[in-house]
Write a protein that binds this ligand. Structure first.
Ligand code: LMR
Length: 391
């Protein structure tokens, strides 16, 4: 059996993480992987998370299985955080806890393949690098639509909508809820409305990937996608990740919420989701979900978490602003138009290689930078390096 396997090239982002780790230069800068970093370049355990963990250590009585759905209280609390405004429809939701947002996306892909295998999944170009692989691995047909303008400086809604005019009823539209990875170019509230109307008009099923909730404009503001879309469509899928906003990356904490047209269909969908999960990871890990539940259930801890999230968001905003100010003097920058942790720099692969080799600055070949990877002191050196390689 093994003789028939060939080496698969390592995922470029994971390769970059390893290369950065091995680089012994003091002044190296990691703008690669999409994790939040503080002013000292660390990704610390959030304070509220630490307190919740301490409480769990003394209160948890068992490590026995919780069941295939995971922690139901966690799912309710997270569901309330994300869908608070559209609670009346809650009975039409089928939901389960998943090992991170990635497994929620894969489970969503699996249930699409099971129910409507002929559906095409429409994914933005560019999008998160693992989006297309996840949906093709599930055996689905994928097509792309332009998610940024041709000059890469903004979002061209007309171009996006004209491509999506060729969708068929039953097709799936994958959209990132907020803080677009990799471009940082989000739809405005009014534009979300237009997309929502298109979904209704054409019978497209929206699949929202919410990985940066609270890290863009605010916990409420970042949900304009969810509210505009879910209010009008009869069916939708939502993948939620707690990796970034709770800093729980390695704890694999997420959930999939499927909104069905009625209660009966929601019940049927849930049995299918359970069956799909059972033959994959079987039951989700608990620790991260227990932490999130502990925080969301306790007003004091929740406030602590919200404050830290606010500080993280502000740091990202300030770095973006400062970087734009300095970069725009020497290099084309559209950082001021984007939001959240990411932005695309119009650099060639050769320039990106030079940044890595000559300056110890790491970013993927797409030119995506994780803004949180910079701090105020590093900005001038970064800008100087970019202008040197771009000459
Ligand atoms: C990223 O986009 O860098 C992160 O979400 C990490 C990953 O899994 O790709």
């Amino acid at each position: 059996m093994f003789e028939r396997l060939f080496i698969v090239p390592q995922d470029p982002l994971l390769k970059l993480i390893n290369e950065f780790k091995q680089d012994t230069r003091q002044q190296k800068i990691d703008l690669g992987v999409g994790v939040y970093r503080n002013e000292n370049g660390a990704t610390p355990v959030m304070k509220a998370v630490r307190i919740a963990e301490e409480r769990l250590l003394t209160s948890q009585q068992s490590k026995c299985y919780l069941g295939i759905a995971g922690d139901l209280e966690f799912l309710d609390m997270l569901g309330y955080l994300v869908f608070g405004g559209i609670r009346p429809k809650k009975s039409r939701f089928a939901y389960l806890q998943t090992p991170g947002g990635s497994a929620a996306l894969r489970l969503g892909a699996d249930i699409i393949k099971l129910s409507t295998p002929e559906s095409t999944v429409w994914i933005g170009d560019p999008s998160w690098t693992n989006h297309i692989p996840i949906f093709t691995a599930a055996g689905l047909h994928v097509k792309t639509f332009p998610a940024i303008s041709a000059d890469k400086t903004g979002l061209d809604l007309d171009q996006m909508m004209s491509t999506l005019a060729s969708t068929n009823a039953g097709d799936v539209l994958l959209l990132q809820g907020c803080g677009h990875n990799p471009s940082g170019m989000d739809l405005e509230a009014q534009e979300w409305k237009q997309v929502a109307d298109l979904c209704v008009e054409k019978g497209i099923i929206p699949f929202l990937d919410l990985a940066y909730h609270g890290l863009v404009e605010g916990l409420e503001e970042d949900l304009k996608s969810i509210s505009q879309v879910m209010e009008v469509v009869p069916e939708a899928l939502v993948a939620v990740s707690c990796s970034k906003n709770f800093g729980l990356y390695r704890e694999r904490t997420g959930a999939l919420y499927a909104m069905a047209p009625n209660i009966k269909k929601a019940e049927i969908s849930l049995t299918n989701l359970f069956a799909l999960a059972r033959v994959s990871y079987s039951m989700p890990p608990n620790h991260g979900a227990a932490i999130v539940k502990t925080i969301l259930k306790n007003e004091g801890l929740k406030q602590e978490w919200e404050q830290e999230l606010f500080d993280m968001r502000n740091r990202i905003k300030n770095i973006r602003k400062e970087l734009h100010l300095q970069l725009t003097q020497v290099f084309p920058s559209s950082l001021d138009k984007g939001k959240g942790m990411f932005s695309l720099l119009p650099l060639t692969p050769q320039q990106i290689d030079k940044l890595k080799l000559d300056h110890g600055i790491y970013m993927p070949y797409s030119g995506r930078i994780n803004i949180a990877g910079l701090n105020r002191n590093a900005i001038p050196a970064f800008v100087k390096s970019v202008s040197t390689v771009a000459q």
